[in-house]
Design a protein around this ligand. Structure first.
Ligand code: NAP
Length: 245
């Protein structure tokens, strides 16, 4: 039997890298992308050596509809199947709404939301044919809570939640599940910009008393990607140490 094939976008570092590593460890062939060849290729070399699976790496700008669609179609063709799509790539361009530039709004929506739609659209064809598929997108706790200075980011992740539910209804009868994972604060480059005071304030609001680790998101994604989650569909799984409940 051939191995299952998973795509993970934005896997050069942070949560995406942890997800790619976990799915490879679980025995899947993986295709990963990031914005730069120099930073995504070494991850592929490392994972292939560590887990003995096939790893394809490519520089892709997910905010470009043509690029993300041709990446997804190319992976399905190259491996002859596509079982799992993890829409992880994301950015922040924070600023108060009154001062937010149109480009900051557009860039975040294109990268965090439009990319999810176009990637899923391309992935659905092979998944429908196989009557099996798992689409998992990274949302955020702030889609439910809101966050000052992140109108663009919160809107993009709220869009991911609504898109997830809608797609789940469309394709649920075809053996395909569509879910999202909404992390709270996770230690990555995205949160490393916070100073010590801001980090202490955040830790105090989290019942777990600390930020999460990328691996703690990867394990939930791995569950959703596997056979045990076949009856979980259209859900936004909150993984935040109790910050929001
Ligand atoms: P990160 O450390 O900043 O890494 C972002 C990843 O996305 C990198 O691999 C980056 O590639 C890639 N990426 C960004 N723009 C891209 C584009 N246009 N095309 C292709 N790849 C692109 O972020 P993270 O903290 O791991 O976050 C991962 C996901 O979880 C995001 O969707 C984020 O919104 C979500 N999330 C994170 C947190 C948190 O606390 N960290 C909380 C809630 C939700 P390069 O290395 O090439 O730039």
């Amino acid at each position: 039997m051939t191995r299952r094939v998973a795509i993970v976008t934005g896997a050069s570092r942070g949560i995406g890298r942890a997800i790619a590593e976990r799915l490879a460890a679980d025995g899947m062939d993986v295709a990963i992308c990031g914005t730069r060849e120099e930073t995504i290729e070494p991850v592929a070399v490392e994972l292939a050596a560590a887990y003995g699976v096939a790893v394809h790496a490519q520089a892709v700008d997910v905010s470009n509809a043509e690029q993300i669609q041709s990446f997804v179609k190319g992976v399905a063709k190259r491996f002859g199947r596509l079982d799992v799509l993890v829409n992880n790539a994301g950015i922040t361009r924070d600023g108060l709404a009154m001062r937010m530039k149109a480009a900051e709004w557009r860039q975040v929506l294109d990268t965090n939301l439009d990319s999810v739609f176009f990637a899923a659209q391309a992935a659905l064809r092979p998944m429908m044919k196989a009557r099996f598929g798992r689409i998992i997108s990274l949302s955020s706790v702030v889609a439910s809570m809101g966050n000052p200075g992140q109108a663009n980011y919160c809107a993009s992740k709220g869009g991911v939640d609504a898109l997830t539910r809608s797609l789940a209804r469309e394709v649920g009868s075809r053996g395909i599940t569509v879910n999202a994972v909404a992390p709270g604060f996770i230690r990555t480059d995205m949160t490393d910009q916070l100073d010590d005071d801001a980090r202490a304030t955040i830790d105090n609001q989290i019942p777990a008393g600390r930020m999460g680790k990328p691996e703690e998101i990867a394990s939930v994604v791995a569950f959703l990607a596997g056979d045990d989650a076949g009856y979980v569909n259209g859900q936004i799984l909150q993984v935040n140490g109790g910050l929001y409940m």
